[in-house]
Design a protein around this ligand. Structure first.
Ligand code: AHR
Length: 508
């Protein structure tokens, strides 16, 4: 059995550009994300540069990751950046209270993070400490990183071996300030955000893009409070809004926060609930964007979804504070569905960051704590297959007639999801079939242009819970798809049950 979906794409009607930063990443001092994941130290037997794992760098370079958020998360509001500079043996240790109560030796700090970004060819996104820090501390971090010439913080940087300032654009004003970042009310934080933003200065041609810490899930009131504060500026000489974006966090969990369910063992019902929860990202972005439209109809303030992804119970036997979870074909479909939604919200969504890149939550890469073996997850493959959408013009996909749906927990879930974009004369179409058991055929009427070449890739597996391990690293891996062709100006794509496909080609 298979269902058919008919759609129309106008190749010559380009929509808003999909900001490459929606393919962004997140690395926190949490579990084995930094230590053992990105960073193993100079003395490690694993190939490294300045302690940074080169196999991790190589794998991530293939994704063209546009930005990396660091040092947290909840950790950011406990982090004091001066503890992480200077000779490693002199750096004070601290307790990572949020994540397992383990000791943090601060060997991975500002210089190591900036070196990592350079190796990855990615832009840094630094999340500053509002919860337990001070305005002065944050202000001096910006100065240390981005100021040229001479000043106390610049002299400090130079003494630590870095002559030239770095370029840093993305700057987070705290994290989850309604919770781990200070348990503030929206009104209280909005005033703090204005104050912190004031002293995070632009030095030379380094222009910060300040991101106010936003809402959890569907708390639209938080977004509204931040937007209201922006439109009540005290000083008329401020040339642009004090912060340029407002963030939001949304995780996909199938169960409850107390029992989120297993990453690898789940029922069909739990699978569909997961997809329905992931699909709500559309409602989430629409809701926050609608609130922002009231205060900012020109859409100058961006939405930054700087934490998203699946959150399951930790793998049995691992530290509950380390958030280490496996990653299956189900996670891959959660990712592909999110990207379709992101592409549809290209007018307001300027950035999104998967939580997190290595060894934590919905990771791209899992590393074995004993052997060091590196495994690419099914989610990694979705990021790689979709990277052509970065900075491409979105193309609207108009579904014609009925499309397959499933009733999930009293709501309707479309089981076929498609998005498309065009860049440099190339079309990229992404297609997900969320149905666990049935195939789907998608017929896309391509108007306003002709596809003169076609390449297709398919990601699927015998079972939804299939995942990769050091023993079976390619249990879920993309392959060339021969189920896609063009006939009479129509693109025909066959999608097996629970699969993700991309079709790319030149447009004339
Ligand atoms: O990504 C894990 C945690 O989830 C982050 O530290 C926090 O911001 C969120 O609650």
């Amino acid at each position: 059995m298979s269902s058919t979906v008919n759609a129309v794409v106008n190749l010559d009607l380009e929509g808003p550009v999909i900001n490459r930063h929606v393919y962004g990443h997140f690395a926190e001092h949490l579990g084995r994300c930094i230590y053992g994941g990105f960073y193993v130290g100079e003395d490690s037997d694993l190939p490294n540069e300045g302690g940074i794992r080169l196999d991790v760098v190589e794998a991530l370079r293939a994704l063209d990751i546009p930005n990396l958020r660091w040092p947290g998360g909840c950790f950011a509001d406990e982090y004091h950046w001066r503890d992480g500079i200077g000779p490693k043996e002199d750096r004070p240790a601290m307790v990572n209270t949020h994540w397992g109560g383990v000791e943090e030796n601060n060997h991975f700090g500002t210089h190591e993070f900036m070196a990592l970004c350079e190796l990855l060819g990615t832009e840094p996104y630094i999340s500053g400490n509002v919860g337990s820090g001070t305005v002065q501390e944050m202000s001096e971090w910006v100065e240390y990183l981005t100021r040229a010439g001479d000043s106390p913080a610049v002299r400090e940087r130079k003494a630590n071996g870095r002559e030239e300032p770095w370029k840093v654009k993305f700057w987070g004003l705290g994290n989850e300030t309604w919770g781990c970042g200070g348990n503030m009310s929206a009104e209280q934080y909005a005033l703090e955000a204005r104050r912190y933003a004031t002293y995070c200065r632009d030095y030379g041609d380094n222009k910060l893009y300040r991101i106010a810490a936003g809402a959890s899930d569907f708390s639209y009131g938080w977004t509204e409070t931040l937007m209201k504060q922006l439109s009540h500026l005290g000083c008329q000489r401020v040339e642009r809004p004090l912060y340029q974006a407002v963030s939001v966090h949304y995780y996909t969990i199938a169960g409850t926060w107390e029992d989120k369910g297993s990453a690898t063992e789940f029922t069909a019902d739990e699978y569909y609930t997961t997809m329905a929860k992931a699909a709500r990202t559309d409602e989430l972005l629409t809701g926050h964007a609608n609130v922002m439209d009231l205060y900012d109809p020109k859409k100058e303030i961006g939405i930054v979804l700087d934490e998203w992804g699946t959150w399951w119970n930790v793998e049995p036997g691992t530290n509950p504070g380390f958030l280490y979870q496996q990653n299956t074909m189900r996670d891959a479909l959660v990712a592909s569905l999110h990207f379709d939604i992101f592409h549809r919200h290209a007018d307001r969504l300027v950035m999104a960051n998967i939580a997190q890149t290595v060894n934590v939550l919905q990771a791209m890469i899992l590393t074995d704590p004993d052997s060091g073996a590196l495994v690419l997850t099914p989610t990694y493959h979705v990021f790689r297959m979709n990277k052509g959408h970065q900075d491409a013009a979105s193309l609207q996909v108009h579904v014609v007639g009925d499309a397959p749906v499933k009733d999930v927990d009293g709501a309707s879930l479309s089981t076929v999801s498609v998005s498309a974009s065009r860049k440099d004369g190339r079309l990229l179409v992404s297609l997900s079939n969320l149905d666990a058991d049935e195939a789907a055929d998608v017929v896309v009427d391509l108007r306003g242009g002709t596809l003169t070449s076609l390449e297709s890739e398919l990601l699927t597996a015998g079972a939804l819970h299939a995942h990769n391990t050091p023993e079976q690293p390619e249990a879920v891996a993309p392959r060339k798809h021969d189920g896609a062709r063009v006939e009479d100006g129509k693109l025909l794509v066959h999608l097996p049950a629970h699969s993700f496909a991309t079709v790319a080609g030149d447009v004339a």
